[in-house]
Design a protein around this ligand. Sequence first.
Ligand SMILES: [Zn+2]
Length: 366
Amino acid sequence: MKVKKSMQLILFFACVFYASSGSSQPIREEKNLIIGGEEIKVGIKQTIDLKIKGGYSIEKIKIPVTIIRGKQAGSTICMTGGIHGDELNGIEIVRRVLSQYSPKKIKGTLVGIPIVNILGFKRGQRYLPDRRDLNRYFPGNPSGSIAARVAYQVFEEIIKKCDYLIDFHTASFHRNNLPQVRANLDKPFVKNLAIHFGTSIVIHKPAAKGTLRRAAVDANIPTIIFEAGQPLRLHISSINKGVKGMTNILNYLKMIKTPYTIENNTFFTNTRWRRANSAGMIFPKIQLGSLVHKNDLLAEIIDPISNKKSSVYSESEGMIIGMALSQIVLPGYAIFHIGLKDSSEIQESVEQFMETDPLKEDESDN
Ligand SMILES: [Zn+2]
């Protein structure tokens, strides 16, 4: 049952214990798993290089992929980090999750690509060296630009083997995001995946064309994004939320069996950006996660020469879910991302979702 709530966005915790003992049968039939041309055997944890065609000889593009294939049958879940090469939190989340598990500890298969945009990562940059955004080229093209070629091989040789996908991001340039799941909540199974990640607010947002999330959902692979923090910085509490969220998902998919907790989620079905209306140095007066009302002071912008000061007031009521770092801005620059109060819901009962069967929902979502 979903209940509309007003601004008392009180996150409370529901302790949920993995309870099913009759769910040991495989969720999907086990098949040969071939990644990057190599067959991945049952009971093995290994890292292979996905060799991308199209790089030049002195800088071959090799994307490391780690696969943990449990002895017992189960789902295949994939994690991707670093599609934007400067987004470090996701890379660290994928590394930490992969380091926690062995084939003995999981049912099914866990696949992690910590750094998808390896060329951008090496340069400390969001984009590929030709300034293309890799996350606008999925599902790719084997004879297109280098972005399209990377996207094609990643999608064909790895993503299509996944039953579920979690893609990790941070905010983009000079901005910071409150930890948040982004998902197309119109798709029931995607919504359930978002609920069971369970460590952050959830934003309803159908994915843009060309993104990995959009391509995967179009291919009937339930996919969510976890987005937290800022580029080029490691933010430990965000990383911890990402790792905990993955633990929740692995429990939900019955790939591991440990007692776990999930927070009740706050959902926002609509968000709005508050933009700068003058130029200058920006000094925020609120923080990520702050609840704001109409006409609350959000920031001051001061012209560095004239000393002229202007104030930025909120035009909406809601929660600050993303914001610009202190910097120089020009009119129109998006400075505060607000999850709108009118669109917020709290998922009151978590238990009911624990009773649902991932396999059945998976079919209904297609
Ligand atoms: Zn990103």
